[in-house]
Design a protein around this ligand. Structure first.
Ligand SMILES: C[S@@+](CC[C@H](N)C(=O)[O-])C[C@H]1O[C@@H](n2cnc3c(N)ncnc32)[C@H](O)[C@@H]1O
Length: 194
């Protein structure tokens, strides 16, 4: 599905970073950042341009290739890895930051992945996440039609109970990020430290 979506010259979510990340990236200590479900590279390239050493994972090879092109266009180095995050071993105490932007995943897989995120962060490492909530179904401006793949304050509090939240809010905001995220939306935003 994702390979098909990305099989075009257009970048489905644009080439500019996610706006929540852009406004808050400096909560992540300089160092190594892991981007989960990076897609076509917009967020990883942005972070690399801010001086971070970025590793970006996605299961779409087409997305990864477009990410590599975007990184080349900006003259930055990003390590792109083609992998399924359900099985990927991100190590322990490895990352100064881990970002997850609009990553749709079932709660079963999320529980496994988010446990690995808590282990993977270094002490003082920061998780930065934005996701659609089930309320997004009433807007239909992105994120698909399956509420089971969406997140909430309650699910994040449960799955990241090992981290300390400095921000955890559900809100409605305008998300204008490429042709696939196109208007008023219901999102949950989190910044949390290990
Ligand atoms: C809505 S897109 C978001 C892309 C990017 N984070 C952004 O905001 O531009 C969701 C991404 O999740 C990736 N994805 C879905 N399941 C995955 C998995 N199990 N492992 C790795 N990536 C996955 C898809 O390939 C797709 O690129």
């Amino acid at each position: 599905m994702w390979d098909q979506r990305y099989d075009s010259d257009e970048y489905a979510y644009g080439v500019e970073p996610n706006s929540f990340l852009k406004e808050n990236f400096n909560t992540i200590p300089q160092g190594k950042v892991l981007s989960l479900a990076e897609g076509e590279g917009r967020n990883a390239v942005f972070l690399a341009r801010q001086g971070y050493s970025v590793t970006a994972i996605d299961s779409s090879l087409v997305g990864i290739e477009k990410g590599r092109k975007l990184a080349n266009r900006h003259g930055v180095n990003v390590e792109f890895i083609h992998a399924d995050l359900i099985e990927y071993n991100m190590g322990v105490n490895q990352w100064d930051g881990i970002i997850s932007i609009f990553f749709p995943l079932s709660s079963l897989h999320r529980k496994t992945l988010h446990k690995k995120v808590v282990y993977g962060l270094r002490k003082n490492g920061v998780l930065l996440l934005e996701a659609y909530t089930p309320e997004q179904l009433k807007f239909g401006t992105g994120g698909g039609t399956n509420a089971a793949l969406m997140q909430s304050k309650a699910s994040l509090l449960d799955e990241f109970s090992g981290l300390k939240f400095s921000r955890l809010v559900e809100l409605e905001r305008s998300v204008l990020e490429g042709s696939c995220h196109t208007g008023m939306a219901s999102v949950v935003q989190a910044i949390a430290t290990k």
